[in-house]
Write a protein that binds this ligand. Structure first.
Ligand code: K1U
Ligand code: ZN
Length: 171
């Protein structure tokens, strides 16, 4: 397995609307393994393909308690949100593409998502808690949306400015 470099704000790739995965083959399975490895190494609880520069509708996540040595990796291909609850919940979110910045975001507390798994089988998942938040965060990535889009314009612009400045210093 290989880890891949992460795309960091303000890279315009992060605003790409990703295209559906058309074929599940050995190359895609290897890519899914590499995405999981990249997520675990970061460390993170989710990763969308676009965060490693691949504009395909695919994400990985694992919200199991790592301190207890648990692992529950999920590979989600071509997800569709079927239902979101009216009930909302607030979580402090982070993003591997916006390192060391965290902010509270309010989202639907429960979601139902249909997706294809790595075996090519259609699945449906009813999620709540951190899994619901993480799924929505990752599906946003597939549509070019970032969690900072839910903040006030002032806060969002401040973050973008900080990361733009940092990127210029790295040139
Ligand atoms: O998509 C990403 O950038 C990954 C992101 C996912 C996420 C975090 C929090 C709420 C919603 C979605 C991260 O994984 S940031 C890192 C993080 O939260 C974390 C890392 C290690 C252990 C526990 C949490
Ligand atoms: Zn993210």
């Amino acid at each position: 397995m290989t880890t891949m470099p992460l795309i960091i704000l303000p890279d315009p790739l992060l605003r790409t609307v990703s295209k559906p995965v058309e074929r599940i083959d050995d190359d895609l399975k290897k890519f899914a393994d590499d995405m999981l490895e990249t997520m675990y190494e970061a460390p993170g609880i989710g990763l969308a393909a676009i965060q490693v520069g691949v504009p395909r509708r695919m994400l990985v996540l694992d919200v199991a308690n790592r301190d207890e040595g648990e692992k529950q990796p999920m590979v989600v291909i071509n997800p569709t949100v079927l239902h979101t609850s009216d009930e909302r919940s607030v979580y402090e979110e982070g993003c591997l593409s916006i390192p060391e910045f965290y902010a509270e975001v309010e989202r639907p507390a429960n979601v139902r998502v249909r997706y294809t798994d790595l075996a090519g089988k259609e699945q449906e998942i009813e999620a709540d808690g951190l899994l619901a938040t993480c799924l929505q965060h990752e599906i946003d990535h597939l549509d070019g949306a970032l969690f900072i889009d839910y903040l006030s314009r002032l806060k969002r612009d401040r973050v973008i400015k900080k990361f733009t400045k940092a990127a210029k210093h790295k040139l």
